[in-house]
Write a protein that binds this ligand. Structure first.
Ligand SMILES: [Zn+2]
Length: 205
C-alpha cells in the first residue's frame, strides 16, 4: 500500500487547554471531529496549512479553480460526490466560487506550489465562530515530485479536514497516522470515508 505524506496543518503545542463542552461521539471508533480532546485550537483565519475547523452548515458547496488539471478536478468531484454525498452533508459542485459575503462557497480547491513531499493542505479562510468556518481553502501541490497526481483518496483526505476531520493522533482516543479505520484520513491511500468518519460527520451536521 502506498504511503503518502500529507500535511494539512501545523499541530499546536502539546498541552493545549481542552475546550469545555467538547462534543462526545460515543458510537464511533474514535472522535476525530474537530474540536477533539486532543486537538482544539480556536477556529481562526489561517494561512496556508494553518488550522481547519468545522464547516458552517450542512450544505457543502465546493468550487474547483482553474489552476487544477482536469484529472485533479475529476478526482475532487468524484470524491466529494461518492464519499461525502452519502453523508448528512448536502454536497453541491458549483460552477463559480463566491469568495466574500455571508454565504461563501464552503470549499475552494486550487493548485499551488507547496513544499516538497506535501500532497495538499487545508485551512480556514473565514472563521465565523470559535468552531465554524464559512470557507476553507484546499491547495494541492503543483510539484508532484514523485508523488504523482492526486487521487480520489487524496481529495477525500483534504476535504475531510475542510469539514473538521482530524488525523489519528489528534483524535480522541488518539489513533495512529496509518490507522485505516479512519478511512481516507489515514496516511495510507484509503478509498472511502469509512464508518467512523461518516458517523462523526452525521453527528455534527
Ligand atoms: Zn491531513
Amino acid at each position: 500500500m502506498a504511503i503518502k505524506r500529507r500535511t494539512a496543518f501545523v499541530v499546536g503545542v502539546a498541552g493545549t487547554a481542552l475546550v469545555a463542552g467538547t462534543a462526545v461521539v460515543q458510537a464511533a471508533y474514535t472522535d476525530n471531529m474537530y474540536p477533539t480532546n486532543n486537538y482544539s485550537p480556536t477556529c481562526r483565519d489561517g494561512g496556508q496549512g494553518d488550522t481547519f475547523c468545522q464547516t458552517d452548515n450542512k450544505t457543502l458547496t465546493v468550487y474547483r479553480e482553474g489552476s487544477l488539471t482536469s484529472a485533479e478536478k475529476s478526482a475532487i468531484s468524484r470524491a466529494v460526490k461518492d464519499y461525502y454525498g452519502p453523508t448528512d452533508l448536502a454536497v453541491k459542485i458549483e460552477s463559480r466560487g463566491v469568495y466574500a459575503g455571508g454565504s461563501e462557497t464552503d470549499i475552494i480547491y486550487k493548485a499551488k506550489t507547496l513544499a516538497r513531499g506535501k500532497i495538499g493542505i487545508a485551512w480556514c479562510d473565514d472563521a465565523v465562530s470559535s468552531r465554524k468556518c464559512d470557507q476553507h481553502h484546499i491547495a494541492f501541490n503543483k510539484n508532484n515530485d514523485g508523488i504523482g497526481p492526486i487521487n480520489k483518496s487524496d481529495a477525500c483526505h483534504e476535504t475531510g479536514h475542510a469539514v473538521g476531520l482530524t488525523h489519528g493522533p489528534e483524535a480522541s482516543p488518539a489513533k495512529g497516522l496509518y490507522d485505516d479505520r479512519l478511512g481516507c484520513m489515514s496516511y495510507n491511500d484509503v478509498y472511502g470515508l469509512g464508518a467512523n468518519n461518516k458517523e462523526n460527520i452525521n453527528a455534527t451536521y
